[in-house]
Design a protein around this ligand. Structure first.
Ligand code: FAD
Length: 543
């Protein structure tokens, strides 16, 4: 089948890309492995899943009509509500007929002579398209821990990212949760409510910040509607694609009492406001330690058992260097008599048995084990696409030492491929819908430029790619973010190259850079003109 474009992935990035390409009159098919839209919010259905960005921010902004046709119920929405929102968007924009669900892209190869991508699916189809747009998500490929004996365990195993439709009933059961990242922190308090016994295996303690989650009133919704245009501008002009209360200045410009008061004020606000307490928390280790100590003190106040509190406050990395979790009652859960905590650093998990888990020489028996063990993040799903560019070179070979891109969207040797929300973009460190909109808008402008100027292929230049890759690395090294063994560093996957895989300059700086490149005639890109009669969509621009 011949198309103008193939988009892979029906999350925030892919859905909006599909819409813009359709709007521009191109023939497009979106291929999605899941049975519905939603991306991360389709696959992750564990109990307690909630967004860590307020819902009035964590949504599209490109259409006021779309915005006004949806009502968010709470400040931080539950996962299923966000999935329903994307479903609403797909229906409202008439996108479903262009999406092929339950289909996986297995390979994509650039055909040099035809200036086209040949895209193979697991249904045995081959699609031919001029543009390939992977929107495969930063947190897609499940990380199953390599614990010996896992397959011998006779009880139920659940992974938070593959929960399934029907959920799981833990009433009266002995349950283990392995992992205390965001998914673990969110599901543990909920599972504890019904489980007979809950044992939490913690390797790395989270810094979790509390959230309050009031229902949004009609007045809140009305105010958001009135601020539609203004809020949209503000979020694009911000570092993280969301509006946080401005920090008053650098940490040590204030007295200890003033610092304490500001931390307390922001702790009370809930959510990421705390991380913006002062300007230097993520660049000055001493400033960061002040904030981290405040959080540890708060944890100790919440947890009754000093031994458990010591394990929960044993963070050995800067606050914020891993995206902090937001929780509702996480630490308080450890005060429940049926909940216990195992420090896996001191008592490593050795193996599964038929009945349970052996850690530090002690076997505990379980009916259910919940793996909250995360993802092969940032590059996992992209590499599984098995993309080969010019001269049959595989993306996996080009990225053997880590991802190399130009502006995150393009890779030298891979013409007409635009990666969305990929490595070296601000996406995962910001509010994803805001980042997706910015990037998709840039890509559609670039494609428009190509179509109207008879360009058959666009490709990043090596020198531009080197410069951008170095810039991303330099910005990261200027901060404390690389000082944690995080999934953004690839540290959770044995053998993965260690480097900071997100752009920390901010969505605002990234947008300015992308806009500047476009204004300079797509500086750093090489164009190939189309041969007479080749390629351009006749319908282009008609809509
Ligand atoms: P995704 O939503 O990940 O969509 C990618 C899609 O591509 C998936 O549906 C997948 O099935 C599909 N796909 C991948 N490979 C293939 C293939 N080969 N063939 C066919 N289809 C394929 N971000 C926040 O800002 N705030 C949060 O609170 C937050 N919470 C999160 C909680 C969890 C549990 C997870 C996993 C992520 C969370 N995120 C959060 C990050 C989230 O990934 C982004 O916010 C956003 O949803 C990403 O959108 P996306 O369109 O880039 O990718």
């Amino acid at each position: 089948m011949k198309l103008d474009a193939v988009v892979v992935g029906a999350g925030f990035a892919g859905i909006y890309m599909l819409h813009r390409l359709r709007e521009a009159g191109l023939s497009v098919r979106l291929i999605e492995a899941g049975a519905d839209v939603g991306g991360a919010w389709y696959w992750n259905r564990y109990p307690g899943l909630r967004c860590d960005v307020p819902s009035l921010d964590y949504q599209y902004r490109f259409s006021e009509e779309l915005h006004n046709g949806w009502r968010w119920p709470e400040r931080y929405s539950e996962g299923p509500v966000i999935q329903r929102y994307l479903s609403y968007v797909a229906d409202r924009l008439g996108l479903r007929e262009h999406i092929q669900f339950e289909t996986r892209v297995e390979a994509a190869a650039w055909d040099e002579a035809a200036h086209r991508w040949s895209v193979k699916t697991d249904r045995g189809e081959t699609l031919s398209a001029r543009y390939l747009l992977p929107a495969v998500g930063p947190l897609t490929v499940v990380n199953m821990p390599a614990i010996p004996g896992l397959e011998d365990f006779a009880g139920r195993i659940h992974h938070t990212a593959r929960w399934g439709d029907k959920g799981a009933d833990f009433t009266g059961r002995d349950v283990a949760v392995i992992g205390t990242g965001s998914s673990g922190v969110q599901c543990i308090p909920v599972i504890a409510k019904t489980a007979k016994c809950l044992t939490v295996y913690q390797r790395t303690p989270a810094y979790s910040l509390p959230v309050t989650n009031p229902a949004l009133s009609d007045a809140d919704i009305e105010a958001a509607r009135l601020r539609f245009a203004e809020d949209g501008q503000e979020r694009l002009a911000s570092w993280g694609g969301m509006t946080l209360p401005h920090p008053p200045g650098a940490t040590f410009d204030f007295s200890p009492e003033e610092r304490e008061a500001e931390f307390e004020r922001r702790w009370g606000m809930g959510g990421f406001a705390f991380l913006a307490s002062f300007t230097d928390l993520m660049v000055n280790p001493d400033a960061n330690a002040e904030a981290a100590n405040f959080v540890r003190r708060k944890i100790r106040e919440k947890v009754n058992d000093p031994a458990a509190a010591a394990i929960l406050t044993s963070q050995d990395f800067p606050l914020g260097a891993k995206r902090p979790c937001l929780d509702t009652g996480y630490y308080e859960t450890f005060n429940e008599p049926h909940v216990s905590l195992v420090d896996v650093r001191a008592n490593p998990i050795e193996r599964f048995t038929r009945e349970g888990i052996v850690a530090g020489g002690v076997e505990r028996r379980f009916d259910d084990v919940v793996l909250a063990t995360g993802f092969d993040a940032m590059t996992g799903a992209l590499l599984k696409l098995n993309v080969t560019g010019r001269n049959g070179v595989a993306l996996g070979d080009v990225w053997v030492d880590g991802p190399r891109t130009y502006l995150s969207a393009a890779v030298a040797g891979f013409p007409n491929m635009f990666i969305l929300a990929g490595p070296a973009s601000p996406s995962i460190m910001s509010n994803a819908p805001a980042a997706a909109e910015q990037q998709v808008d840039w890509v559609i402008n670039c494609i428009t430029h190509m179509e109207t100027n008879g360009v058959a292929a666009i490709e990043a230049e090596e020198a531009a790619q080197d410069e951008w890759t170095q810039h991303v690395e330099q910005v990261a090294q200027h901060t404390l973010y690389p000082r944690a063994n995080s999934w953004i560093m690839g540290a959770n996957i044995p053998g993965k190259p260690r480097l900071y895989m997100a752009y920390l300059g901010g969505l605002n700086a990234y947008r300015d850079r992308c806009t500047g490149v476009a204004a300079a005639g797509y500086k750093g890109f090489r164009f190939e003109q189309a041969a007479p009669g080749e390629g351009q969509s006749l319908e282009f621009g008609a809509a």
